[in-house]
Structure formats: C-alpha cells, structure tokens
Write a protein that binds this ligand. Structure first.
Ligand SMILES: C[S@@+](CC[C@H](N)C(=O)[O-])C[C@H]1O[C@@H](n2cnc3c(N)ncnc32)[C@H](O)[C@@H]1O
Length: 390
C-alpha cells in the first residue's frame, strides 16, 4: 500500500507556510489546518478586510493556520489549549515569524483588555462546545462595536440552529455562507441595542457524594469536559477508586474539573496530588475544586501541559486517567497512547495506572503492549476499569 504524503504546506493569498500539529508525531495523518481555515482566509482576501493597521482578534486557532498566516497584521490570539500555544510557537519559529508578531491571551482573559479601542476584525474558529462558544462571545462582546467584522468558521456538521441562536442572542443579526469543502462561515453583526451579557460560567453542579454529611459541589469553567454533569465514565471510576496508604503521589491525568483527583484525595488522605490538563480552564477549575474541599491544607500541584510533560520520571505511585478521544476537533486515539506511554515513564516501580474506558475501545491491548500486563478491575455494560502496573 502506498502511503499518501501528508500536506504540510498551507498556501493562501497571505503566503505559503509550513505547518505541523503539536505534539509532533512522525506518523501524523492529520493536517495542522482545516477547510474552514482556508475558507476564512480566502474570504478575508477576496473582501479586502485586512488593512495595514487593522486591529485583529483570532479566537481558538489550532496550530497557526490563521495566526501564522496573518502574522503580518499582528493579531491577538485567544486560546485555551496548551497544545495550540505550543503549535503556534513551533510554526512561527519554523516560518521565521517574530514571536512578538502574535500576541497570545488565555481563555479566561478579556480580549478587550489587550487593545485601547474596539477590534476591527474578529475571527472565531468554532469551539467544540456551545458552552465554550457562549463564554467566548460574552468575553469578546465588550470589545466590539457595529463596525467590527465578525466571522466565525467551522465544519458544516458542527454548525446548528443552536450555534446561530447564540450569536443572535449575544452579538446580533447572524447569517451563514454557502458550504465549501464541508465548511461554512458565519457572519454576525453587532446590534448595539442588545444588552451586553455577562458569561454565565463557571457554573457548578452537586456530586452524588458527601463529605462529613455535606454535599460536594464542583465548579466548571466553560471548556470542561462534561461541563454540566458528572460524566458516567468518571462516576464508574469514582465508585471503584483505589485506596492504599502506601500511595505517596497520585496524578489526575487529563484532570478536567479535577473530580477524580479530588475524590482520590478524600479517600487517600496522606497522598500528595498532582493535576495535569492541556486546557487552561480545566486546570483553573481543578484548582478551585480542590481548594473548596480542603482550603489550602492539601499538598497539590497543577500543571497545564501536554500529558505528563514536566513530571519527574519514576516518581509517581498512582495515575488516574479518563482519556480523551479527540485532539481539538479531530477524533484520534493518539493522545490515549501518549498518556499511557508517558505514564510508564513517570510511575515508580510497582506504580499503577488506572484507566476508565468505554468497553468498545481496545485500551486493554494497548496497556498490555506498553506495560506487559493489564487487569480488569471492574466492568459494567458500558465501561471497564483497567489497571496496569509498572
Ligand atoms: C475525557 S476528559 C476527562 C476529564 C476528567 N478527568 C473526568 O474524568 O471527568 C479528558 C481530559 O483530557 C484533557 N486532555 C486532552 N488532551 C490532553 C493532553 N495532550 N494533555 C493533557 N490533557 C489532555 C482534556 O482537556 C480533558 O479534560
């Protein structure tokens, strides 16, 4: 079989750039940009929307498809993802772009604070969830006026009536373009008569568990996985969490709101906790959820990182993992593989990796390949809980 060579060269009216996804994977089969990036770049060029001193905001660029291509306009780029930040830095460097040409702000900043006036052009790559879109539209709205051109871009299958309704509610009149290569643009016009809405996030929900007879609540920023309720896989994991007084360090890998780590901390009162996630909002939610249970009495560390980068090798007793099945909007098991391989490096001898997974996913075989062993600790009709020991 002849493998088709992956195209890494994005060619548009704004130039030709070599772009890679992050982390770099030699067997990568996905491009670093998508048809929606190409569509929006073409629209900006055809309609001459970018002038020399334009004030430009880009929200949710994946790996530089937009920000690297438009770097000569010195965009402000708002991002939640650590992998995207690293990808944009790598691709800027590889295309000899000055790092000061792209200014980053994180997903909990207000992009209006980065400029003295309103933005002229705003490009939004649609995020995975409506909650995140709602939060982002509320955050950017004060930095727009009725002269701002607002263009969102996404794959047609991810654009619904509910997506359009959010733009109409928070920004103003909204319409879509024709579809091109399965992608579409959304054009929204600020209606200055609409009230400027505050983001409703973070929101919270009550867990089906108590501590000292008090209900436990978790707070969730907009980008959190299973933002409004406990994920059923996480619930199955919590019902079977390991307890062992020899655990010195417990890692909640891909922590989301930190619910697995917080519950493990309650059940293992002497262990030190470490929470990692690539999402800025996830790490901030985990910080606040651990603090709401323990104030600052519990020893813990929080890392916004790629999987377990930054954690010392051979140092961890137990890793808890409910692995993701996407990277940005692409479905992939690369991240799960990476999480399992890095777990092996970071665990001390006899350290344990516990993974919850949908039954249909072949994680048992993956863990056996990496660790040489894997047991099913518990299972029901939907999930299995697996344990591999170093
Ligand atoms: C299925 S969710 C699990 C969240 C939480 N542990 C739970 O059980 O509810 C997977 C988490 O992995 C995070 N994630 C995805 N890719 C990652 C990466 N490369 N490094 C660290 N975290 C990642 C996502 O942001 C998400 O919070």
């Amino acid at each position: 079989m002849v493998m088709e060579q992956l195209n890494t060269s994005l060619e548009t009216a704004f130039g030709r750039y070599q772009l890679q996804r992050f982390p770099i994977n030699k067997k990568e089969s996905l491009r670093a940009w998508d048809a929606a990036d190409e569509y929006v770049l073409q629209h900006l060029d055809e309609n001459k929307l970018l002038t020399e001193n334009v004030s430009l905001l880009i929200v949710n660029d994946s790996f530089g498809g937009l920000s690297v291509s438009l770097s000569k306009y010195k965009p402000i780029v708002m991002i939640d993802s650590y992998l995207s930040v690293q990808g944009i830095a790598l691709n800027s460097q590889n295309n000899a772009i000055d790092e000061d040409d792209i200014k980053l702000c994180n997903s909990l900043d207000n992009p209006g604070d980065m400029v003295t006036d309103k933005y002229d052009v705003v490009i939004i790559k649609l995020p995975k969830s409506l909650a995140m879109l709602e939060d982002q539209l509320c955050r950017i709205r004060p930095a727009l006026n009725n002269a701002t051109k607002i263009i969102a871009a996404g794959m047609t299958k991810n654009i619904h009536m509910s997506t359009m309704a959010l733009f109409e509610k928070i920004i103003g009149t909204t319409k879509t373009s024709l579809a091109r290569k399965k992608s579409r643009l959304i054009f929204s016009q600020v209606d200055e008569d609409l009230a400027i809405l505050e983001s409703p996030y973070p929101t919270s929900y009550t867990l089906p568990y108590k501590l000292d007879d008090v209900d436990l609540e978790v707070s969730n920023h907009a980008a959190i996985f299973s933002q409004d309720k406990l994920d059923i896989g996480a619930r199955f994991f919590i019902e079977n969490l390991p307890v062992d007084e020899t655990y010195k360090t417990i890692v909640d890998l891909g922590c989301g709101n930190g619910v697995l780590g917080v519950m493990a901390a309650i059940k293992n009162p002497t262990a030190k906790l470490l929470f990692t996630d690539e999402s800025y909002m996830a790490v901030e939610s985990a910080i606040s959820n651990l603090a709401s249970v323990f104030d600052d009495t519990r020893e813990a560390e929080f890392l916004q990182t790629d999987c377990l980068q930054g954690v010392e090798d051979n140092s961890v007793s137990l890793i808890l993992c409910n692995p993701p099945f996407h990277q940005n909007n692409a479905i992939t098991d690369n991240v799960a593989w990476q999480m399992f391989s890095e777990s092996k490096e970071k665990l001390a001898v006899k350290g344990e990796l516990w993974v919850v997974a949908n039954r249909h996913l072949a994680y048992h075989a993956k863990l056996k390949t990496i660790f040489g062993n894997c047991d099913v600790v518990a299972s029901n009709n939907k999930f299995t809980l697996l344990k591999a020991v170093k």
